[in-house]
Design a binder for this molecule. Structure first.
Ligand SMILES: [Zn+2]
Length: 151
């Protein structure tokens, strides 16, 4: 299941971000897109469509596009649903939470010096796609706890 690739619908952007914290490949939907287009993208890219839309999930079934219907509104329960589905939810910094780009570790001392209060031993990553930086700090521990709470 770890190799599954997803496409989130617009109602699940927050869940998508959290799944990316866990290293899951979750594509963002294009800005303006209808259901037909979402299904086409999922099919074309071999992605599993994550949606809260019952009708869309039924349409996916008919069209043989794999989808996961998320029923909960709050993030914690949505994460539980994904866990029940079989997704691995261990904090793993390999995906940018914003754009789904790949993260690469930054070892360059000059680059590291640009991040204030970065511990010497803390890892630092940069998104290959959008350039956003990620590093291990106190927020990291909180994310990890929330993510792996019941996992
Ligand atoms: Zn990015």
């Amino acid at each position: 299941m770890a190799s599954a690739r997803f496409l989130a619908d617009h109602m699940l952007m927050k869940l998508a971000r959290w799944l990316r914290f866990a290293g899951q490949d979750v594509a963002n939907p294009p800005l303006r897109v209808d259901d037909d287009c979402l299904m086409a993208i999922a099919k074309q890219e071999g992605r599993i469509l994550l949606t809260r839309d019952v009708i869309l999930a039924q349409r996916c079934k008919k069209a043989k596009v794999e989808s996961v219907l998320i029923r909960s509104i709050d993030l914690e329960s949505q994460l539980d649903e994904m866990r029940d589905w079989g997704a691995s939810l261990k904090l793993e910094p390999i995906r940018c939470t914003l754009c789904n780009g790949e993260l690469v570790e930054v070892a360059d001392a000059e680059e590291r010096a640009k991040v204030p209060h970065l511990d010497e031993e803390a890892a630092l990553w940069r998104c290959k796609n959008c350039g956003k930086l990620y590093w291990e700090g106190s927020h990291w521990k909180k994310i990890k706890e929330r993510m792996e709470r019941s996992g």
